[in-house]
Design a protein around this ligand. Structure first.
Ligand SMILES: *Cc1c(COP(=O)(O)O)cnc(C)c1O
Length: 414
């Protein structure tokens, strides 16, 4: 990007205010709105910070945060592996040039179609299983390759209950059964290579880190009693980013210290799987105001992006910063504004009750930290075509994903 953003790339976090307004306006003019802008230089800078804080770790990118080919390509070239949650993600990772051996497939209640696809397309991948049943299904298919066990630590960290997966029995084998399941897998001839625990998403402050330490202690205990020499202990993702401007950035060094301390006497390599941290602050969603409606409460700014473009506010009550990019907006009176989308659902609110320059029709707004779990969760509900994505790369921009045409909505109908 430009000078302000370049400076931000050496920082722990890029704030919405750091993005160059002229540049974003010109991108919106060229590509239209709603538009995701994903800055690959910032993605690389984020990866380098993680790799620097954990110099001995293998860093796998959690593809579900943003599976766009441009992002996958940038992270593969930077040295990351890929953590995939589905056959579709494995397929996209292979397309982006990841070697099967660089892929971990986290099989959560894997559909047979997914298992069969991954066994066929990437048999050298590491299969991370979270249930005895999944071990059985791999055994039935004659697989005796790389297997890691996902442990459900029974404690969790994270930014909301919905995503504090460490505390959810859906994910992983209970920690007190893990050693028995590992022993069984060894007996059955699998190449048992590791243990895994993902604490949930959004470790940011000291409380989150304290909860994360409990997860680390549990996984370390399992690793110490493992019935095989483990190649790695995978501590999952969950590195958080500040969604509010006043929140400080994550102290990566403190997380690294906690991991080092917990795993000090565990003789295995460290694996991390950050998703959000690598891509969130590298992306914004641009949207245009098309309707201004005064109410008894906040003024409503109706925009052309909604929950079908960015689902997190409706799904998790997630908070995303909004900034007006309208020229001269700073000189306008400020107003209490709710930014609402075009979808016929009352939850279609991108931001509620914010202090913003009084909106006018035609204003361009930027929604911050939209690079993670943004375009990935886009849907066609209300028959809304999914938005375009533009990638910024070394000062250039290119269309990374076309805006879906209306014709795409019926393409698969018979
Ligand atoms: C979602 C997920 C991640 C990434 O989580 P972030 O919070 O985006 O870092 C990593 N590992 C697993 C198993 C996940 O499900």
């Amino acid at each position: 990007m430009t000078t302000a953003a370049d400076a931000a790339d050496s920082r722990d976090v890029r704030r919405l205010a750091d993005w160059d307004a002229d540049r974003l306006r010109s991108l919106a003019g060229e590509y239209g709105t709603p538009l995701y802008v994903q800055d690959l230089d910032r993605v690389r800078a984020n990866y380098e910070r993680v790799a620097g804080a954990f110099p001995d770790a293998d860093v796998l990118y959690a593809v579900k945060a943003n599976a766009g080919g441009a992002v996958l390509d940038a992270l593969r070239a930077a040295g990351a592996g890929a953590e995939c949650a589905s056959a579709g993600e494995v397929s996209r990772a292979l397309d982006a040039g990841f070697e099967p051996s660089e892929i971990h497939y986290t099989a959560v209640n894997p559909p047979a179609r997914d298992l069969d696809y991954v066994l066929d397309a990437a048999p050298e991948a590491t299969f991370v299983v979270g249930a005895r049943d999944t071990v059985d299904r791999l055994d039935e298919r004659g697989f005796d390759g790389r297997l890691a066990l996902r442990v459900h630590p029974g404690v969790g960290a994270g930014h909301s209950d919905e995503v504090a997966t460490g505390a959810d029995a859906k994910f992983g084998v209970p920690h007190d059964e893990a050693v028995a399941v590992l022993a069984d897998a060894v007996d059955r001839g699998f190449d048992v290579v590791g243990v895994h625990a993902h604490a949930g998403s959004g470790i940011l402050d000291a409380d989150d880190l304290a909860a994360h330490r409990e997860v680390l202690d549990r996984i370390a205990a399992v690793a110490r009693s493992a019935p095989a020499d483990l190649e790695f202990v995978d501590v999952g993702g969950g590195l958080g980013v500040p969604y509010r401007p006043e929140e400080p950035a994550l102290d990566l060094g403190a997380v690294a210290d906690a991991v080092r301390t917990a795993l000090a006497d565990v003789n295995a390599d460290l694996v991390l799987e950050p998703g959000r941290y690598l891509v969130a602050d590298a992306g914004v969603l641009l949207t245009e105001v098309n309707t201004v409606k005064p109410t008894d409460g906040p003024t409503l700014a109706g925009v052309d992006a909604g929950m079908t473009d960015l689902l997190r506010p409706a799904l998790y009550d997630a908070r995303h910063e909004v900034r007006s990019l309208a020229p001269g907006a700073d000189a306008r009176a400020s107003d209490s504004v709710s930014v609402v989308g075009p979808v016929c659902e009352s939850t279609d609110v991108l931001a509620a009750d914010r202090d913003l320059p009084a909106p006018e029709r035609g204003d361009l707004l930027a929604v911050g930290n939209a690079g993670a779990y943004g375009v990935e969760m886009a849907s066609n509900y209300n028959s809304r075509p999914r938005p375009a994505v533009v990638a910024l790369d070394g000062g250039d921009d290119r269309l990374a994903r076309e805006r879906e045409p209306l014709a795409a909505l019926t393409r698969l109908e018979r």
